[in-house]
Design a protein around this ligand. Structure first.
Ligand SMILES: [Mn+2]
Length: 335
């Protein structure tokens, strides 16, 4: 961790120790780094004597993540529905901008709440009063591992398992940049504390449903290429989902763009899924993130992410969303 961030970590700890209660959250369409980091942080705070709750946030939690320790303690509500008078700190983890806190409606925290942001997305806008943004980490879970060390928190089994799952999934199995030798050392240390991490991975990676397999077929058969064959887009409209009887939850189980980007020559790949009429989820992947940074496309579309993997939600009809994505990809490829 940089010296600047280590100083910020100390400042954050001081603030937390003076807190009466901290609210954590899961981001919309939460992944393992969001949920696992929130759960691990809740345990870390409690070990420091700080009370904390986790709000589920905008989305239903994926059922296969119920194996994560502490999962049943997550409050079944959005940030809007929480009694905010009970809290003095809101901690946003793995959320690059306020839209990753909630997209339900315009929302801002009451003035008595201090917002703390801890994240590894380079595109993070630093919207908290205290911001620890560390893009040299491949997962928020790995930042939390280092915070536990800096804060003098002894890792428990339940912290370790949540952090291991967060790191393993966010790095694509310790593969995606900026995974480092340090990431492997952290994973090894977590495995020492929680030897059943590998059993957890079995549940995490093997949870397909008949619907998710049918979605994969639909998404892969919809691929069109653009920009002289350098960009490939999978295009699934809400109408197509309805026609095939595929539930939105079956569209979230794996990354279609992550499959497309394995094709040589497809430099930028995107998956567009219209979850509900005029609500289009865009997921982007780059084959060569050093050269082609897809977070620039995502940011231009109101989202965020990393050079290799990024995403956005576009609230417009499907054909227009498709046009917007192609336009931004063209701009990036011609830059
Ligand atoms: Mn993450």
């Amino acid at each position: 961790m940089t010296a600047e961030n280590a100083a910020m970590a100390a400042q954050i700890k001081e603030k937390l120790l003076a807190s009466k209660r901290v609210l954590l959250h899961c981001h919309p369409n939460p992944d393992e780094d969001s949920i696992g980091s929130a759960l691990a942080m809740k345990y870390m705070l409690e070990s420091l004597g700080v009370a904390a709750d986790i709000a589920r946030g905008d989305s239903e939690l994926p059922a296969h993540l119920s194996i994560l320790p502490g999962h049943s303690s997550i409050l079944d509500n959005t940030v809007h529905e929480c009694d905010l008078s009970a809290y003095d700190i809101f901690m946003a983890l793995d959320s690059s901008n306020p839209a990753y806190v909630t997209q339900k409606k315009d929302f801002s925290f009451p003035s008595h709440i201090t917002v703390i942001v801890i994240d590894h997305h380079k595109s993070n806008s630093g919207y908290g009063a205290l911001n620890l943004i560390a893009p040299e980490y491949p997962a928020t879970g790995q930042i939390l591992y280092d915070l536990a060390g800096l804060w003098g928190v002894t890792l428990t089994h339940d912290m370790a398992l949540n952090l291991f799952v967060a790191i393993h999934t966010d790095t694509g199995g310790l593969r995606y940049p900026p995974t480092s030798s340090g990431t492997f050392r952290v994973a090894a240390a977590l495995l020492d504390v929680a030897p059943d991490c590998l059993d957890a991975l079995k549940s995490i990676y093997n949870h397909e449903t008949p619907g998710s397999i049918r979605f994969r077929g639909l998404a892969l058969s919809s691929v069109e290429t653009f920009c002289n064959g350098r960009a490939a887009l999978s295009l699934v409209s809400h109408e197509a989902l309805m026609r095939e009887g595929i539930a939105v939850t079956d569209t979230q189980k794996f990354s279609i763009a992550g499959i497309l980007v394995t094709v040589e020559g497809w430099d930028i790949c995107a998956s567009l899924v219209e979850n509900a009429p005029a609500t289009v989820r865009v997921s982007l992947r780059s084959r060569d993130p050093e050269r082609i940074d897809v977070s620039r496309v995502a940011t231009a579309l109101g989202g965020g992410g990393h050079a290799a993997a990024a995403g956005a939600m576009i609230n417009t009809e499907f054909a227009e969303a498709k046009r917007m994505v192609i336009e931004q990809i063209q701009t990036l490829l011609c830059a």
